[in-house]
Design a binder for this molecule. Structure first.
Ligand code: EPU
Length: 421
């Protein structure tokens, strides 16, 4: 694993245009959906990210033909050579659990390593398993693996105990090939879920209610292939919008979709940034002073947990006191200690961080701990005085394609330093 780091010299005003890539969190389930059919599938605008490469690797290990040609990913799962997602892959990427639903519903058997503890909280998969069990899958947990067996899964009425993004997607994928109709309640409404339902419908699945908390599925005996364009990555777009705001810059995020980002845009406006939306993308113009605000994460259309860390960086430089409350994950404040090393005045109490704005952040060596925490450290580095080195940026590479190149293209003084440089 490369231990590259990123060096940022702060103080540059970002100006220009950044093209938003395809959404990681839509790409991963869509690649898994190729397991639902023997036909060939094509995903366009694939972002070149470590998580996407890991998903491609796992699919290959179980016998799927995966070819990546530039930004087009071709997948075909005619017949599988195995139904097992081994620990070595699953530990790198929790989203491997998305193989469970399609494998058990099409092939009647799946063996997926349990994801285990994760940096941003306990993150169990019980909600996925409960839904599959309700559809008739027999589940066994042994040696750190979950095995699911079924004849043909059965349609079911199921209420999720808690809103879960990949849990909703996994259950619906399973239900597309089940015997009979299913109704799922308390479903996630994230844009990635809706995009996924559109993809399944393009394969011939009968689904309604996507984008609401109740999704209905009529099981089919087989599905066809797909050929789709990924939606833009709202979290990548949101991250660069914050980078524009914190540097008092003027950035246009080409391809960003405002309807996916309303909660983020309204919080950016509350902090004083000017936001302009049009059909081509979103423009942010950062203003001084940055104003304090209150944020609470929530399932879509609420404020996304994946944007929380970036806003903590922004609000560290606000004129006044802000609070950010994390309600989705139980341990997603790992950026706090690192930002404190850069001079941010942050206090965590339970699931809330209180941010007393400071006039300046100071560059420092900091350690990336998870994907979005890493992004928040780069953002803080862009605004800080002096040099920030963000270590362990393999976390960043999981979800941001060439972040340093995109930011350098709009005027940031940022470089990637290779492991031994
Ligand atoms: N949860 C359970 N049991 C389960 C599943 C979830 O208790 O079986 C809990 C989780 O621990 C968490 C909450 O339910 O407290 C919501 O988790 P959810 O299942 O919605 O998260 P996820 O599907 O594992 C996806 C994204 C995350 C994003 C969350 C929330 C993918 C591949 N991942 O995760 O993205 O934070 O939804 O929006 O879609 C990221 O991109 O950095 C990232 C972590």
């Amino acid at each position: 694993m490369a231990l590259d780091r990123i060096r940022v010299r702060g103080g540059k005003v970002l100006r220009g245009e950044i093209e938003v890539g395809g959404a990681k969190n839509a790409a991963l389930p869509m690649m898994a959906a190729a397991l639902l059919t023997k036909e060939s599938c094509r995903l366009r605008r694939t972002p070149l990210l470590h998580d996407v490469l890991t998903m491609a690797e796992i699919l290959r290990v179980i016998g799927t033909d995966v070819r990546m040609e530039g930004r087009e990913t071709h997948l075909q799962a005619k017949q599988l050579s195995g139904n097992e997602a081994p620990y070595d892959f699953v530990r790198k990427m929790r989203a491997s659990v998305l193989l469970l639903g399609p494998l058990v519903s099409r092939f009647g058997f799946a063996r997926v390593s349990m994801p285990g503890g994760c940096a941003i909280g306990l993150r169990p998969i019980d909600l996925h398993l409960k839904a599959l069990k309700a559809m008739g899958a027999e589940l066994t947990l042994s040696d750190g693996y979950v095995e699911a067996k079924a004849g043909r899964l059965k349609g079911v009425k199921h209420v999720f105990d808690q809103v879960t993004v990949t849990g909703t997607i996994n259950a619906v994928m399973a239900a597309t090939l089940a015997d009979g109709s299913s109704i799922f309640q308390n479903c996630a409404c994230e844009p990635e879920v809706t995009a996924m339902m559109d993809l399944l419908k393009s394969m011939g699945a009968k689904i309604s209610g996507e984008g609401t908390s109740e999704i209905r599925v009529e099981g089919q005996t087989s599905l066809g292939g797909f050929d789709v364009d990924l939606i833009p990555d709202r979290i990548e777009a949101g991250t660069y919008l914050v980078a524009g705001a914190i540097t008092q810059g003027d950035l246009f995020l080409r391809g960003a979709q405002a309807s996916h980002l309303e909660a983020v845009l309204s919080k950016l406006r509350e902090t004083g940034a000017e936001i302009k939306e049009d059909a081509e993308g979103i423009r942010v113009i950062g203003r001084s002073p940055i104003l304090p605000t209150q944020i609470q994460t929530a399932p879509f259309p609420g404020f996304p947990t994946d944007m929380q860390a970036q806003f903590v960086s922004l609000l560290s430089l606000a004129e006044g006191t802000s609070t950010v409350t994390e309600t989705i994950f139980d341990n997603r404040f790992m950026h706090v200690a690192e930002l404190q090393r850069m001079g941010a005045d942050l206090r965590v109490s339970g699931s809330t961080v209180t941010i007393a704005g400071v006039k300046q952040l100071a560059g420092a060596p900091v350690m990336a701990t998870d994907l979005r925490a890493s992004a928040s450290l780069v953002i803080a580095g862009l605004a800080a005085h002096g040099t920030t080195e963000v270590l362990r940026i393999y976390h960043l590479d999981r979800g941001y394609e060439s972040m340093e190149t995109k930011l350098a293209g709009v005027g940031a003084d940022i470089v990637r330093l290779k492991e031994h440089s």
